[in-house]
Design a protein around this ligand. Structure first.
Ligand SMILES: [Zn+2]
Length: 183
């Protein structure tokens, strides 16, 4: 699977493509979804969009953060979102740092996002569901949803912070795209 679906890293042009609507949930798509969960888990990711593995279709997986007593937290079982749509978002926003498997390195911020979103999507069986998400879980959804539109979280950084990380982005490009062992 790793050879078939290698991780795409900044600034692979595919990460800027608008992913296509899924018309039929094929066995191949189901297999890709299972592999995406495995890949995210093995790489300490909370979410992953299909385009990050080189398949520009409107699908991503994520796990929800679950807050426990005593400021502990855990994560939910994985969820699959197919052809997701934002049907409502709050005017209220919040800012936090974000990370991305396609932009290896430390989390960066602040990224401003709506605090609450209501979304509609299909699950892997093709059943429509509605999900209301808040805080970190809204953030993870919106980050993954951005990938479907060719948007990366670094695009949402304030100009000063965006400028500050430019040298690191150049390093990533050099490491992943200019070195012969990655070609
Ligand atoms: Zn990402």
């Amino acid at each position: 699977m790793e050879e078939k679906y290698p991780l795409r890293v900044y600034d692979d042009p595919i990460l800027r493509e608008k992913s296509k609507l899924i018309e039929e949930i094929t066995e191949e798509i189901k297999e890709l979804a299972r592999y995406m969960v495995e890949f995210a888990d093995n790489n300490n990711g909370i979410g992953l969009a299909a385009v990050q593995l080189g398949v520009p279709i409107r699908m991503f997986i994520l796990r929800n953060y679950i807050i426990l007593p005593d400021e502990k937290w855990t994560v939910s079982a994985p969820m699959v979102f197919i052809n997701p749509k934002i049907i409502w978002k709050s005017k209220e926003t919040n800012s936090d740092t974000e990370g991305c498997l396609s932009i290896p390195g430390l989390p960066k911020g602040p990224v401003e996002r709506p605090s609450l979103v209501k979304i509609e999507a299909l699950d892997l069986e093709g059943n429509k569901f509605i999900d209301e998400r808040e805080g970190m879980n809204a953030r993870v959804f919106l980050h993954e949803n951005d990938h479907l539109n060719g948007v990366l979280f670094i695009d949402r950084l304030p100009p000063k912070e965006r400028k500050e990380i430019e040298p690191e982005l150049q390093e990533i490009k050099k490491k992943y795209h200019d070195s012969p062992k990655h070609q």
